[in-house]
Design a protein around this ligand. Structure first.
Ligand code: F2R
Ligand code: MG
Ligand code: MG
Length: 312
């Protein structure tokens, strides 16, 4: 039975970690590890910021979650319309996503660009960074999750790695809510049979072998889906019930810290609910209480949508 607290925890876990992680996005591990003594210190530094804003990760997450409160299935064109309406470029979008949203908005040759902007389409992690609401909405229905996650990535990500990254995060979000005991080996065992690309299969096999946080770095810290999705899965699998530890280690990877943090936060939050936030300064997120109330209301509406027979 799905819980409202999982949906609320996942949305809040993503948004908070995205905002915290944006403090260090693009920094090299060498620089970060030279400046700070360890993951806990990096986390504290991010918490000390006077205000916390979500980035493109959070903006696209909110659009998709809202979309799923109003639609029983995803249509790629209407979802792109919703992304375009919400678009605030100052949130810091990937250059491909930015070009595509602006082409769609300006009625330029969007469809041609989606296929040809990068070889084979985009393999960035932009599809994965927003796909967790699909695992909340269609919990436990893996066939549906896999299909809807592909459609949710399609407006901006046509490469098989960009798509499979989105599918893996959506499926892991479902597992975060339903699996009583989670480890790196168990997460790998459950996700591997769903996976079609050799690149992700290899990384998931490696995920099965890890037992400590020093092994996370081998999964990468880049903006590409295959260089960040399994990294977030590893942070989650090593600390599935501890938001602070999971996000501290996500940020410690350096590189794409907002996105690795956001994906990790969505997973841990789906598992433990929103109480992780009790000792965190959530009042600094956006405009504080009004935004927190909005996120709670969105979680309620997504819960109602996922409880409806039409939604399954
Ligand atoms: N873009 C950023 N951060 C940098 C700017 C932040 C700064 N604060 C600012 O305000 O300017 N972060 C966000 O982008 C990532 C998600 O990107 P997305 O949506 O996947 O975009 P894109 O452009 O499609 O892909 C990202 C890059 O990956 C490379 N790439 C994609 N496909 C490729 C292919 N087929 N072959 C080779 N390279 C490919 C390109 O460099 C793309 O630009 C998140 O980190 C989010 O936080
Ligand atoms: Mg971002
Ligand atoms: Mg990022």
């Amino acid at each position: 039975m799905q819980k409202l607290s999982s949906i609320h925890g996942s949305l809040l876990g993503h948004l908070m970690a995205d905002a915290l992680g944006s403090t260090f996005e693009g920094i090299t591990p060498e620089y970060l590890h030279d400046q700070f003594a360890g993951p806990a210190e990096v986390f504290e530094r991010a918490l000390a910021r006077s205000s916390l804003r979500y980035t493109d990760d959070g903006q696209m997450l909110l659009v998709l979650a809202e979309y799923l409160t109003q639609n029983t299935t995803i249509d790629a064109t209407s979802l792109m319309h919703s992304f375009t309406q919400a678009y605030e470029p100052w949130r810091g979008y990937g250059r491909g996503a930015r070009a595509l949203i602006e082409a769609f908005r300006d009625e330029a040759d969007y469809e041609f660009m989606a296929v040809h902007l990068f070889p084979g389409g985009s393999l960035g992690n932009g599809g994965a960074m927003r796909s967790s609401p699909i695992g909340l909405r269609f919990v436990d229905n893996f066939e549906r999750i896999w299909a809807e996650a592909k459609t949710s990535a399609w407006p901006t990500h046509r490469h098989e790695l960009g798509i499979e990254g989105a599918q893996l995060i959506a499926a892991a979000t479902s597992l975060a809510q339903t699996e009583s005991s989670l480890s790196a080996a168990r997460l790998s065992e459950l996700l591997l049979p769903l996976c079609k690309t050799v690149v992700f299969q290899k990384r998931l096999k490696l995920l099965a072998t890890i037992t400590n946080a020093d092994e996370i770095a081998q999964f990468g810290n880049g903006i590409e889906a295959h260089e960040s999705v399994v990294t977030a899965l590893a942070c989650f699998a090593l600390f599935p019930d501890n938001y602070r530890d999971a996000i501290s280690h996500a940020l410690w990877q350096a590189g794409d810290t907002d996105t690795i943090g956001a994906m990790t936060g969505a997973l841990v939050g789906a598992r433990i609910g929103p109480n992780f936030a009790q000792d965190l300064p959530t009042e600094k997120l956006e405009d504080g209480q009004p935004f927190l109330d909005y996120v709670e209301d969105l979680a309620n509406r997504l819960f109602v949508a996922s409880s409806s027979p039409l939604g399954t």
